[in-house]
Design a binder for this molecule. Structure first.
Ligand code: SF4
Ligand code: SF4
Length: 424
């Protein structure tokens, strides 16, 4: 095993290969507070990449209803359980958050790579602690859709599932968790493949399966803690999200060579998604890029948090946590940054409110933003804090500096002409 630095854990960790980082990294932020579970993202992906024979159960993008839903069924609980059994009572975080190298403090537990050593089978030690889901677990992609939880008389031992955290008038809760492959910095799928068929592209960090090399051993499926590689029986190979790489490369004819967001991002009607590319230093840290919207949301405002960072793969998918969900549940899912993230999102400052307007505005990737200040239009006290709203203008630029977005904080109000009152 080699040692690599994982900034999400605030420490070095063991990994089967030496550290190697791309120049740019594919990354995204999903704002859970806005997701309506419409599955437009899921169908945009399915109709683009996985509509062929053998891909019937293949959902590179899925949206599951938490806490019960999951595809495959209970994927996260099962991996958390394996880790807990490998390191009973030890999966904890400590220390105070600091700079870019440990923004959530330090994870004291074991990752899927570190916990694997304790699991020796007849074939020897696995490189990654994981499990292979059953056919039954892959069979129903949206089981438990819209099933709520949180009845005050909940089952014994389910304290974390009690009433909504910020919405005491609602006793029950659920939320939609949209998921794709996280194109991890330290991918478990890649670490586990005995054929070296999985690789991470140096130009954008996208993780791909070489279909010529893959023999369908499904070690990647067993290892990925997010269960985002899928097996195709007709070709006997594994397949996974390819991050719509022709669009990322600017090869889609629609937008004249400019990098475009993936199909699932561009199709999102809830405007919950913002996807981009961030620059990576030689040591794996994010290069300071203050006005890249992803850099701002993740490293400056710190409202967007990684999904299950304790697994150790350094996922590049980040989520703005839902305000109404009990905190212990959210902290298990997004780590110790949850309280601060929800506080900032609930009473956003001027810059955050403006940056949130960039979501879903254009299919091209926004690499930089600037804000032109406007007048104050509203003020109030929210949860004991002063909240001010300014009608600022936010402008987004593509990689080559082309202006692709210009929008205001206050949404325009259109009054339909009386003669068109009933027309669309
Ligand atoms: S989410 Fe899973 S499939 Fe995707 S890169 Fe990470 S380990 Fe690999
Ligand atoms: S398209 Fe957007 S709003 Fe609809 S389910 Fe997908 S992520 Fe949620």
């Amino acid at each position: 095993m080699s040692t690599v630095f994982n900034w999400q854990l605030g420490r070095d960790m063991e990994y089967p290969y030496d550290a190697a980082y791309p120049d740019w990294q594919f990354a995204f932020v999903f704002n859970i507070n806005r997701c309506i579970g419409c599955q437009s993202c899921t169908m945009a992906c399915k109709s683009t990449w996985t509509f062929s024979r053998g891909q019937e159960n293949m959902w590179w993008n899925n949206v599951e209803t938490k806490p019960y839903g999951g595809y495959p069924h209970h994927w996260d609980v099962k991996t958390l359980d394996l880790l807990e059994k490998a390191n009973p009572g030890g999966q904890t975080w400590k220390g105070t958050p600091k700079d870019l190298k440990a923004p959530y403090g330090e994870f004291k537990g074991q990752t899927v790579f570190e916990a694997a050593k304790a699991h020796i089978s007849d074939e020897g030690a696995n490189r990654v602690l994981g499990y292979l889901p059953t056919d039954e677990e892959w069979s129903a992609p949206n089981r438990f859709e819209d099933n709520p939880v949180g009845n005050e008389k909940g089952a014994k031992g389910q304290l974390a599932f009690k009433g909504g955290e910020l919405l005491p008038e609602h006793k029950t809760w659920f939320f939609y968790l949209a998921r794709i492959c996280n194109h991890c910095t330290h991918p478990a799928c890649l670490a586990a493949c005995p054929r070296n068929a999985i690789y991470k592209r140096p130009e954008d960090g996208i993780v791909l399966v070489d279909q010529e090399r893959c023999r369908g051993y499904r070690k990647c499926m067993e290892a990925c803690p997010y269960k985002k590689t899928l097996y195709r029986g007709t070709t006997r190979t594994s397949e996974k999200c390819i991050a719509c790489f022709p669009r990322i490369e600017g090869r889609d004819q629609q937008h004249g060579g400019l990098p475009m967001q993936t199909r699932c991002m561009a199709a999102c009607v809830g405007h919950i998604r913002l996807q981009g590319l961030v620059q990576i230093n030689k040591d794996g840290a994010w290069k300071e890029d203050r006005y890249n919207p992803l850099y701002y949301l993740i490293h400056v405002a710190r409202v967007a948090l990684p999904l299950y960072p304790q697994f150790g793969t350094e996922p590049n998918g980040y989520y703005i946590p839902p305000r109404w969900v009990p905190r212990p549940y959210l902290k298990q899912m997004f780590g110790p940054g949850v309280d601060a993230a929800i506080e900032r999102y609930t009473v956003p400052d001027r810059e955050l409110l403006a940056v949130l307007q960039l979501f879903g505005k254009d299919a091209r990737i926004c690499f930089r933003y600037e804000i032109k200040e406007g007048p104050k239009i509203f003020e109030a006290t929210v949860r004991g804090k002063k909240f001010e709203m300014f009608d600022d203008t936010i402008i987004g630029y593509a990689k080559d500096g082309t202006k692709i977005i210009e929008t205001k904080v206050e949404e325009p109000f259109h009054v339909r002409d009386a003669k068109h009152a009933n027309s669309i």
